[in-house]
Design a protein around this ligand. Sequence first.
Ligand code: RUQ
Ligand code: CUA
Length: 652
Amino acid sequence: MNKFRLVMIATLVATFLFVGCNQQGKDSSGALASSAAEKVYVAPGEHDDFYAFISGGFSGQLSVYGLPSGRLFKVIPVFSQDAEKAWGYNEETKPMLNTSHGFVPWDDSHHPDISQTNGELDGRFVFINGNNTPRIAKIDLSVFETTEIIEIPNSAGNHSSAFVTENTEYVVAGTRFSVPIPQRDMPINEYKGNFQGSLSFISVDPEDGGMDLSFQILMPGFDYDLAHPGRGASHGWMFFSTYNSEESHSLMEVNASQNDKDFIAAVNWKKAEEYINEGKFKTMPANYAHNVYDEETHTATSTMKKEVRVLDASELPGLVYLLPTPKSPHGCDVNPTGEYIVGNGKLSSDLTVHSFAKMIDAIESEKFDGEAYGIPILSFEDVLAGTVKQAGLGPLHTEFDGQGNGYTTFFISSEVVKWKVGTWEVVDRQPCYYSVGHLMIPGGNSRKPYGKYVVAMNKITKDRYLPTGPEVTQSAQLYDISGEKMELLLDFPTVGEPHYAAGIPADLIKERSKKIYSLEENKHKYATTSDANVRVERNGNEVHIYMTMIRSHFNPDNIEGIKVGDKVYFHVTNLEQDYDVPHGVSMIGANTSELLIMPGQTETFVWEPKQVGVWPFYCTDFCSALHQEMQGYVRVSPANSDLELSWSLGED
Ligand code: RUQ
Ligand code: CUA
């Protein structure tokens, strides 16, 4: 029976992929009408209307695109080392990738979400989850850089994350894998009843945006897949989809697909705050890293935190309710008014829409349909608002346009389906090339979506682009949704596998984008803000070079007295105070990346010379007509040399 089901599902998937890649591919050839081309054409020198922040999945990064053009502006390094920007290579940013497992230079980033005020996008920050070694990162949109990363303890596979509440009170992080909490050595086949899930609420300081792991909620040993916040009337609640309510631990594709319904867990986080204030939490020992990049010192610090406050959902009434939801739901999406919670059962053809008002009625009249580990289960019929029937195959994610329509992706039948909120009727469908995962409408996770475009993020591209060997590009597709029918406008390649994205009108960000770092405000410990302070200092075998750069030289550019076996720190300050004049620096044989230093900024790399000689360094960014002259030499003498340190610029 189990094997039969498995084969059935696999066949279904294969059939639809095959159909998708052949028939739909042909239909679309030459479909790009000239009106579509006009709609995505942004003339040279003009700006796009929207920013789209698209996650990189296994790249661990976040890419910034313009819409409607699909042009790539920047790859913001988040969880993965990036030699282009020295992220995780220079001394200043290495602490950002510190974790309880040590330095972890990679992660899997899935869900970006933009900060909100009163349920609307405010354009201050983007938050994004790291799946593999559970973390949440914050990107500051005045500089488009990652400025904070917090690790999540008692978690594994931080997938239902990083979604923000309507005043950015919290960013959430739900564990995908249940695990022993606290971690311990135990047999895997004793999973059931012993492994647990955790849902973490990370508070965000309203003033400076600082993150803090406020509390965690201990949950039954299900898999917590996605989440979205309540808003409007349902503000104060957070909804998490679950699968594997079977609590199985092996051959999951069969064993976690047994139950007809899994759940959406409705978490009352305002109630959680009450319990915290009443002291109804346990303090658990923990070990997790909190890494903060300070904009004044241009330097990150990593602090290990040792405790976490934990609320047990099975002991605290009113904290969590379970809403039965058919067939291993994946996406868990809330409409702009906050009344409807959509659960997309990925093995179902229907979409289940729950009603928040009905949920509250059922809770108040205590109409429960059993419980799981002490958590009340509501009855499916009592909370059901409606069903979008037979809309497609393999529903995954839903977004809303703010005009009363929902848009749901179907992985297996490879399409976006538009339906009406309230009547649940399908009004349009458009194919995706191919096998779409998430979709994004700018402001889609807020009270105020900007329903002009939807971006579909596809898992497979096959024949859509020129081949590039076995690995073909990942891809997104842009649709115009301003009319009754959706219109495919554009394919554009993405960096890594695009999982989810967050979009925002450009006007909400671009005026606040920083142009330079002020030299006067540079508090870097090794900053050299004027040429008078340039120097080289020795402390045992550590040598610190206080260096400046300006068009088109380094100061100093000749250094002697370095010895084999020294550890040489280049602390380099870019003295420029003009927009868009970075300089770079690299040293032959250094075991790190180059540095790319913004105006007014200081960065450091370490070089350990291993060979006697005279070794060059140079500027890596084409900064002026005399960029190629921006270079220097370091003389390296034998370890036992007694040559004194000396340095110069422009001397014979
Ligand atoms: S997932 S394709 Cu990692 Cu958001 Cu659904
Ligand atoms: Cu400085 Cu090139």
